[in-house]
Design a protein around this ligand. Structure first.
Ligand code: CUA
Length: 339
């Protein structure tokens, strides 16, 4: 057992250290996240000080008990009025201090909410719709031909305000990329806003933070934060139609995709596949993960996902489709080419 702990502990520390830049509210990468981090530590230190004070008071009360004497040994009910007045004073002081701390912390918390959820001017506007169990992402633009749609992974420019408009298609979800923002719920029939800025380029992982069914834990997302130029280039690439198949196998894959039930749920712009029930796949292979942050993007995982989605994500809405081995190969090859 001890050996086990000795082995696991350093690994766990390493793993956690590796998490810092990826998904951590304690390593903030933007003003809003930093504000929340400051608030967290302020609460932690104040509450720790109160806890220590209470423990010291309890210890004093317990250990000084033996020294306590009654006022008159013959009259146990007699009271010492001076001592009583002092105790009453102490109790009222502590009650007032408790009230002041609770009210003070509530005001700080409320002020932070005002700051986090206040609108901060024009920036990038993104509409995110929660589904069981993936994220539909749509970059709003007054020009319809400039609207980018994607799923589960999105890119934003560094140092600019990003406004997310959050809603849901089924149950309540919660959007949370801990390194850059606070949580915000996605509620069916409602639109919630959250604005944030990121000041360090990188890739940040987010997670659905409201239990939403069987695969709640597999409802992750990736946020890519890049320079303005890289963002414009990314947006331009995403606006393009899907890459045409460049091999015979991929051409067959495209044909099969459009013949099989795949086409009933997914959109691949530039082809006949135009449904928006499931995630948009036009640039599927430009994402790092499959199935909302569940498995890394690779041809093997694409094939594994298509052949048995319920093996990877039990309960998922993607149906099992009967495919011959060479059909599966062709479709995986085609999807792998959708950069
Ligand atoms: Cu969506 Cu939990």
């Amino acid at each position: 057992m001890r050996r086990c702990v000795a082995l696991i502990l350093p690994l766990a520390v390493l793993a956690l250290a590796g998490c810092q830049d990826w998904q951590s509210a304690l390593h903030p990468r933007g003003p809003e996240a930093r504000h929340l981090d400051d608030l967290f530590w302020l609460f932690t230190w104040i509450l720790t000080a109160i806890w220590v004070a209470v423990m010291v008071a309890v210890a004093l009360a317990v250990f000084s008990r033996s020294r306590r004497r009654t006022v008159h040994p013959d009259e146990p009910l007699a009271t010492n009025e001076r001592a009583e007045r002092r105790y009453t004073g102490v109790v009222w002081t502590l009650v007032s201090a408790t009230g002041a701390v609770v009210i003070g912390l509530s005001i700080l918390s409320y002020a932070s909410q005002q700051r986090l959820f206040g609108h901060k001017g024009e920036g990038v506007n993104i509409r995110i719709t929660g589904h069981q169990w993936w994220w539909e992402i749509r970059y709003e633009d007054p020009r319809p031909d400039r609207i980018v749609t994607t799923a589960n992974e999105f890119t934003v420019p560094v140092g600019q305000p990003i406004t997310l408009k959050l809603t849901s298609d089924d149950v309540i979800h919660s959007f949370w990329v801990p390194s850059v923002m606070g949580k915000q719920d996605l509620i069916p029939g409602r639109e919630n806003l959250i604005t944030f800025t990121v000041d360090k380029p990188g890739i940040y992982r987010g997670q659905c933070a409201e239990y939403c069914g069987l695969q709640h834990a597999h409802m992750g997302m990736l946020l890519h934060v890049v320079s303005r130029e890289e963002f414009d280039a990314w947006q331009q690439a995403q606006l393009q139609d899907a890459a045409a198949p460049d091999t015979e196998e991929r051409r067959q894959g495209q044909e099969l995709f459009q013949k099989k039930p795949c086409v009933m749920c997914h959109q691949i712009r530039g082809t006949q596949a135009g449904s928006r029930v499931g995630p948009e796949l036009t640039h599927l292979a430009s994402r790092r993960y499959l199935a909302a942050g569940t498995v890394p993007m690779s041809r093997g995982n694409l094939a594994a996902w298509i052949v048995d989605p319920h093996g990877i994500k039990p309960g998922v809405n993607m149906p099992l489709i009967k495919l011959e081995p060479d059909e599966l190969n062709a479709i995986s090859a085609y999807l792998e080419g959708l950069k």
